[in-house]
Design a protein around this ligand. Structure first.
Ligand SMILES: Nc1nc2c(c(=O)[nH]1)N[C@H]1C(S)=C(S)[C@@H](COP(=O)(O)OP(=O)(O)OC[C@H]3O[C@@H](n4cnc5c(=O)[nH]c(N)nc54)[C@H](O)[C@@H]3O)O[C@H]1N2
Ligand SMILES: Nc1nc2c(c(=O)[nH]1)N[C@H]1C(S)=C(S)[C@@H](COP(=O)(O)OP(=O)(O)OC[C@H]3O[C@@H](n4cnc5c(=O)[nH]c(N)nc54)[C@H](O)[C@@H]3O)O[C@H]1N2
Ligand SMILES: [Mo]
Length: 763
């Protein structure tokens, strides 16, 4: 094992390696037959929405879109293994805490509601009625509703999320910390400022028409494998694909599509990226500004030569505000600053700009490599600026495309999981339910942790997710959770967040996406989700529930709501019996859901209207707004190099994990096997430290707040990554992400720019 932990990188992403890996997962989950049957229903009109990612579903195509990581997500949920009360009786919580999340989740699906018994330090089975009654009583014992924090992870359906926000607002607070705060918050903030809506403007069909696709700070080979199919088809058609990523990611280089029988038989693969640029960490705003600068020079040259304009003047005149200020700010930015921050040369950026200018229709996609930095909002505004120059928003084959994470993270926001709810939504809720809604701004993730630490919060309620592991400074968050009066998690499998009980604590097991959700009359209930392209579609599970004691998320929320706020305003039981009635409330309070129940039952669902894609700009200026910000005063790379031995660290996902859920210890595309405690680093940086591949070191957090942060025993992996930038896996490195470092305007933890140094492992 020791000699082989750094092995061969796959020659292409996808392909036979993906099929082999799937076979293994399906077998582990209890047999290929039931597994394959389950997979055949993923992302089909009459099946369930894949719990893997938020990429859109095709209107046409093969009987099911094959996706290795979709198979893993489905198999993970459809496992035959069970975490029964027996497991919790045999082991104290302190003993279970010694297991990794990987080992914990291997115990399988939770089967019974559990209540923490402090005296024996064990979780014991409890009835649903007793659990609801006790939770309601504790929530009602606080002197103020803002004492409780209501977290949401992005898997919750529209129906569960809407019911949850309704209950929480009737209870009296807007405290909705949400996984989105750690994810695409910056995209929402920046896009609302720039185009008047916090969502992307493209449809899946646009990928069939684009002449160029820019992919910035995203690793779709691992995190959105079905997107690779769309990129591959675009590449074959001759579209140019321009990648900006400090790390050479296999999936973006070559891809062998398991859907393509001929390619599979020939052992062939398709080049994805026509251009692959490796900026320094956090250097993307400079890189995009460099491309904009090249576009402006080309425009000047075209005017001099009497050639057609490069800019889309009609679009700029009719639709944009702030263009002249932006032009001035680009002119004021020098090439040396651009080259230094981005780590790319002027020639590189001119080449990239040439691709942009040669294309009639351009799509730009991005994900966490852009959103988890201090300057994320400014960077996304710069991406929008760049796209406005040639009118690449609001026309077919073009647009802005933040690629979402969790399968319904976008839908949860749409239906009201928002700590800063728009006034119009609260007005609509008041009209619909005839009661006053809280207007105070609530807590996001960082504010909720702050409130737990300073003692003003007394309860944590989790609708899915793994709050303690996904958040920054995980060691501090653990302590904060254990000081609360109440902690409660609705979950499918055990994880570490459940093992940090407050005075009273509950684990409430729920049905997964793949399972049949039947009401008391035995009728199957449909839920709905919204993908990255704003398509809303239905989802109904096909598997038998993992245990007869499970309730749906909706039923659990209804039970807690009934016990806490009673049924004078809302008949919770009735809504839990018939989700159509929840959808009626959504339709009555949120624009875009007209005829929700009928349209949901159409094969591909329906599209939520996106104003910006119709070139309607709901911004303060009423136009698509340019931003004229200067480049960041300092990028993480520039900050790190001021001190010898310091590096800028990003934390990303391996090919064998889903966020805090680790499926296995291999990262095939990056050639790392059986080990997750690794640091990817440039070979020359290793040489400078007199270190070698495989050496073990402690990683020291170098954030300036006096807190000592050490991640112990990591091994170096030499890699194709810029000097001064290093990378390693989330969540193992979350103890190094400082709570105090957050994105400007987004308040997102900066988990892609952490200052670190290395120390030879303490003996
Ligand atoms: N199988 C699987 N699918 C998933 C998930 C999963 O864990 N597993 N997670 C889901 C979720 S919640 C999300 S949010 C998405 C995440 O999807 P991604 O955003 O693709 O996730 P990360 O692994 O964080 O990868 C970030 C990428 O950005 C690059 N990067 C880092 N810093 C920079 C930078 O400064 N500039 C540039 N240009 N690039 C940079 C990294 O090298 C890496 O390739 O995936 C979703 N889908
Ligand atoms: N350092 C670092 N930290 C990060 C990131 C990073 O890139 N680097 N990424 C951030 C991002 S993008 C995100 S989205 C967050 C993710 O944060 P979370 O959403 O909180 O974390 P997950 O790991 O997705 O949650 C996994 C747990 O969800 C539960 N679960 C799974 N399916 C269901 C279901 O159907 N219903 C219910 N109720 N529960 C279910 C299971 O118990 C499982 O253990 O992490 C963030 N944290
Ligand atoms: Mo995410």
């Amino acid at each position: 094992m020791d000699k082989t932990f750094i092995g061969k990188r796959s020659s292409a992403a996808g392909g036979w390696g993906a099929l082999k890996s799937c076979g293994k997962r399906l077998l582990q989950s209890g047999g290929p037959i039931s597994g394959a049957r389950t997979m055949l229903k993923a992302n089909q009109p009459d099946g369930f929405d894949c719990p893997g990612c938020a990429w859109g579903d095709p209107a046409h195509g093969s009987s099911f879109e094959f996706c290795e990581n979709g198979v893993k997500a489905v198999a993970w949920e459809a496992t035959e293994k069970r975490a029964t009360p027996d497991l919790f009786e045999r082991n104290t919580v302190s003993e279970l805490r010694r297991l990794t999340d990987f080992e914990l989740e291997l115990h399988g699906r939770l089967t019974h509601p559990l209540r923490y018994d402090a005296q024996s330090d064990r979780y014991l089975a409890v009835s649903w009625e007793d659990a609801f009654a006790e939770i309601g009583a504790i929530l009602n014992s606080f002197d103020h509703p803002d004492r409780a924090e209501f977290y949401t992870s992005g898997r919750a359906s529209n129906e569960a999320a809407y019911l949850y926000q309704l209950f929480v607002r009737l209870y009296g607070t807007n405290n909705f910390p949400d996984c989105s705060n750690m994810c695409h918050e910056a995209s929402g903030v920046a896009l609302r400022q720039a185009i008047g809506i916090g969502k992307g403007t493209v449809l899946l069909e646009d990928f069939e028409k684009a002449d160029a696709i820019f992919v910035i700070g995203q690793n779709p080979g691992t995190n959105h494998p079905r997107m690779l199919g769309d990129l591959r088809r675009a590449a074959i058609r001759g579209a140019r694909i321009v990648v900006f990523n400090p790390v050479r990611e296999k999936g973006l280089e070559r891809f062998s599509d398991p859907q393509d029988k001929i390619e599979m038989l020939r052992g062939g693969s398709t080049d994805i990226a026509s251009h692959y640029f490796q900026p320094r960490l956090g250097g993307d705003m400079a890189a995009v500004r460099g491309m904009a600068k090249a576009v402006f020079s080309a425009e000047a040259a075209a005017l001099t030569a009497g050639n057609p304009s490069v800019l889309d003047h009609a679009f700029l005149a009719e639709h944009c505000s702030g263009f002249e200020d932006y032009r001035a700010s680009v002119e004021a930015t020098g090439w040396s600053e651009i080259e230094d921050q981005s780590g790319l040369t002027r020639e590189d950026l001119e080449r990239a700009a040439a691709v942009y200018m040669a294309a009639e229709r351009v799509i730009c996609t991005w994900a966490m490599g852009v959103t988890q930095h201090v300057h994320s909002v400014a960077t996304i505004r710069e991406i929008a600026n760049f796209m406005f120059l040639r009118g690449n928003v609001g026309k077919p084959g073009a647009g802005l495309c933040p690629v979402r994470g969790h399968s319904n993270v976008q839908g949860d926001r749409t239906v009201g999981i928002n700590e800063k709810p728009p006034a119009a939504f609260l007005d609509a809720l008041e009209k619909q339910f005839g009661v006053t809604m809280p207007r105070r701004e609530g807590h996001n993730v960082l504010a909720a942790i702050g409130a737990m630490l300073d003692g003003s919060a007394q309860a944590f309620i989790g609708l899915g997710g793994n709050f303690a592991r996904a958040t920054p400074d995980s060691a501090l968050v653990e302590k904060a959770l254990r000081r609360l009066k109440l902690t409660m998690n609705i979950a499918t499998k055990p994880n570490h967040s459940h093992l940090m009980p407050g005075e009273a604590s509950f684990i409430l097991p729920c049905l997964g996406r793949t399972e049949m959700d039947l009401n008391t009359g035995g009728q199957s209930q449909l839920i709905s989700v919204e993908d990255s392209m704003s398509m809303v579609h239905g989802s109904a599970g096909i598997n038998r529930p993992a245990s007869p004691h499970l309730l749906s998320e909706v039923a659990i929320i209804a039970g807690i709501a009934q016990a806490t706020v009673g049924s004078s305003v809302v008949d919770w039981e009735e809504l839990a019996e018939d989700y159509d009635l929840i959808r009626d409330h959504i339709e009555a309070t949120i624009p875009g859901f007209e005829d929700y129940n009928a349209r949901l039952r159409k094969p591909r669902g329906f599209l939520l209207r996106n104003s910006a894609s119709h070139r309607e700009w709901d911004t303060t200026s009423g136009k698509a707004s340019f931003a004229a910000a200067a480049l960041p005063a300092e990028t993480p790379h520039q900050q790190a190099r001021k001190s010898k031995g310091r590096f800028a660290l990003q934390t990303f996902r391996s090919h064998d994990q889903y966020n805090t859920t680790v499926y296995g210890l291999d990262d095939r595309y990056r050639g790392v096997y059986g080990e997750r405690h690794v640091i990817f680093i440039h070979p020359d940086d290793l040489k400078d430290m007199n270190a070698a591949a495989g050496d073990r070191v402690d990683v020291i957090g170098e954030y300036d707040d006096g807190v000592e942060r050490v991640a112990r025993s990591f091994r170096f992996v030499p890699y194709d990554i810029p000097r001064g930038s290093v990378a390693g896996y989330y969540p193992e490195l979350n103890i190094l992400v400082p709570l105090g470092s957050a994105g400007e305007e987004s308040d997102t933890p900066t988990s892609k720019s952490i200052m670190v140094s290395f120390r030879t492992e303490a003996a």
